[in-house]
Design a protein around this ligand. Sequence first.
Ligand code: TXA
Ligand code: MG
Length: 345
Amino acid sequence: MITIVEKISNHMHMELVVEQASNIIKSGGLVSFPTETVYGLGANAYSGVAAKKIYEAKGRPSDNPLILHISSLDMLDDIVSEISEVAERFAEKFWPGPLTLILPKGKNVPYEVTGGLETVAVRFPRHKVARRLIEKCGFPLAAPSANSSGKPSPTRASHVVYDLSGKIDMIIDGGACEIGLESTIVDVTSDMPKILRPGIITLEQLSVVSSDITHKHSLDDEKAIAPGMKYKHYSPKAKITIVAGDNEKVVSKINELAQSAEDNGKRVGILATAQTFSRFETGHVISLGSADDMETIIQNFYKSLRKFDFYGIDVIYSEGFESSPLGDALMNRLRKAANNRYIYV
Ligand code: TXA
Ligand code: MG
């Protein structure tokens, strides 16, 4: 299959590209499109056959459900059986935007899309290309992140090209994603809303809408976890180790580990911040940005993991990030990418 890649140059051009893309989706194809979080891989949400194509292209286990993307609140009524009052308040405050709500599934949504679950994940993106594409299709789009399963999420069209070229019909290049991290997922199927996946919309912000909201607790609340979170995730080819703790000690520990890995013939990558960048003595050092600017750090995160792959890096040492609403969302992904390899100094 030849994958068409179209870079959007202006508003008029966007209309033409989106029209083409919607025709592909209407005839059962797959199109990757930009959102404010990461690139999505979209298909007709009402088609079980199209959902299967998504799983195949990504190499994703079919029990890992997809998020349905809508472009108006009217579309919501067609895909859920019920909207609680608290769900309505979250939608009103945070949509369109980087929030996904888990709701009771409507009968039109095929089980192929929900991985057999009676609930459905719904997101109303704010990115104009995403919204226009859904609007033009006239039905919701089932769309996971447009990466190969297990790889870092794509925040640029080139990442999608790298992972999925030849496997999908079209990629719409809308430039870099503004946020660079997947949406916050909140389960609103009970009176006690639960954050299943942390993101740029934080517990503090969500608490304004419902003070009952909590983070899922991974051990005593296993069932509440988004099914996808149990799989290996976000990983570059290299083995990542997180080194956290006192700043000075972190720098010297990483220098020591990097030197020893290099002595053993490994190619070393280091994930640093602007503050520590120049203090690493060896390896391919990438600064994610200033430690005071978590939004920039998050935006550069997946891109940097992919860059290490490009340079054939074998081992990566990453600084840990301090606990804060956004720091925790990033550490959630970093820990998964590192398979929980974590050293505290
Ligand atoms: O920002 C995002 O959410 C991006 C963009 C493209 O919108 N999408 C995204 O999709 O990250 P994906 O498929 O990579 O991650 C969706 C997560 C998975 O962990 C999945 O298990 C969970 O959402 N999920 C989907 N449906 C669910 C449901 N009914 N109950 C619980 N978790 C669900
Ligand atoms: Mg994903």
